[in-house]
Ligand binder design. Structure first.
Ligand SMILES: C[S@@+](CC[C@H](N)C(=O)[O-])C[C@H]1O[C@@H](n2cnc3c(N)ncnc32)[C@H](O)[C@@H]1O
Length: 289
């Protein structure tokens, strides 16, 4: 039977209802928002302007494509992975298999970095982001500080390629460079600012992560060892060598790791100032001497 053509608004409702029916009342899920992003992707359209086109009719192949995307979503694939991008700090970052999906918590690091750079009056700061992933923390920071230059490093070649593409996407390629590196090994030079969101999931939490994370984010971006602090133990002792005198570092960590991270930082001569994320967890710290 041939169905009459449906509008974009009707297709969004249909996809949202399909997801809602599958998920039940799981309040952690957002069927209407996911439906909008999936329908926009099936149409090859910009999700932000989709509602302006609500009355347009949709060709059958787009309906089928949107329903296929909804099935992937229902099986636990995050929308960001399906559509290949995620918004962070108002910028749309391309993703690839080697990149973590940027999390809103990490905007805490950007906010603090920009505030501290401005407070110190640094006009041309040299910034390095260790474990840059999609480049989200570094590129968001550069987008706010027009005179800044930044280096992003990662052990994943795929992540480094994607971060470089994102830099070009935002017109930041002339103020950034990306390289494959194992934390601080092979890195020299004097930076005003070090930023890092290393993998920090501990051995107890790793097996309990939701499907969206454990099956779709790279393990290299998650695993922080038994207590989650393995990577900080490698990076923090190197900060003095990499920072200019008076420079500062900002680290993100897990919402239960503030005390352990602070003790580690103090043991290496750094004073941590804790920063809260939007839900109110201690989520990051600025380290100064
Ligand atoms: C939690 S993710 C953060 C990614 C990105 N900065 C963000 O906030 O979305 C940690 C990143 O560290 C990288 N990484 C893991 N081990 C590394 C190592 N030994 N040296 C450099 N980067 C590493 C991972 O590939 C991943 O991109």
């Amino acid at each position: 039977m041939i169905e009459p053509p449906i509008t974009i608004a009707a297709l969004r409702r249909r996809i949202a209802n399909q997801l809602r029916a599958g998920w039940g009342d799981d309040s952690a899920q957002r069927p209407a928002l996911d439906a909008k992003l999936l329908v926009a992707h099936a149409l090859g359209a910009d999700a932000q302007n989709l509602t302006l086109r609500d009355d347009e009719t949709v060709p059958d192949h787009v309906v089928l494509a949107a329903e296929a995307l909804a099935r992937r979503r229902f099986r636990g694939e995050p929308v960001a992975r399906i559509v290949g991008e995620r918004e962070f700090w108002g910028l749309s970052f391309q993703l690839s298999p080697g990149t973590l999906v940027p999390r809103p918590d990490s905007e805490t690091v950007v906010e603090a970095a920009v505030a501290e750079i401005r407070r110190r009056g640094l006009e041309r700061p040299a910034v390095i982001d260790l474990g840059t992933g999609s480049g989200c923390i570094l590129l968001a920071t550069l987008s706010e500080v027009p005179g800044a230059f930044g280096v992003g490093t990662d052990r994943s070649e795929d992540a480094v390629r994607t971060a470089r593409r994102n830099a070009a996407r935002f017109g930041l390629e002339n103020r950034s460079a990306f390289a494959v590196a194992d934390w601080t090994a092979a890195i020299g030079g004097a930076f005003d600012v070090i930023l890092s969101n290393p993998p920090y999931v501990d051995g107890d939490d790793l097996p309990a992560l939701p499907v969206e994370v454990i099956h779709h984010d790279p393990r290299l971006a998650l695993d922080g060892g038994a207590d989650g602090l393995d990577h900080y133990r490698k990076i923090v002792p190197e900060l003095g060598r990499l920072l200019k005198p008076g420079g500062f570092a900002i680290f993100e960590f897990g919402y239960r790791q503030a005390a352990m991270f602070s003790a580690l930082a103090r043991a290496h001569g750094w004073s941590p100032t804790l920063l809260r994320d939007l839900p109110g967890h201690d989520r990051a710290a600025v380290l100064t001497r």
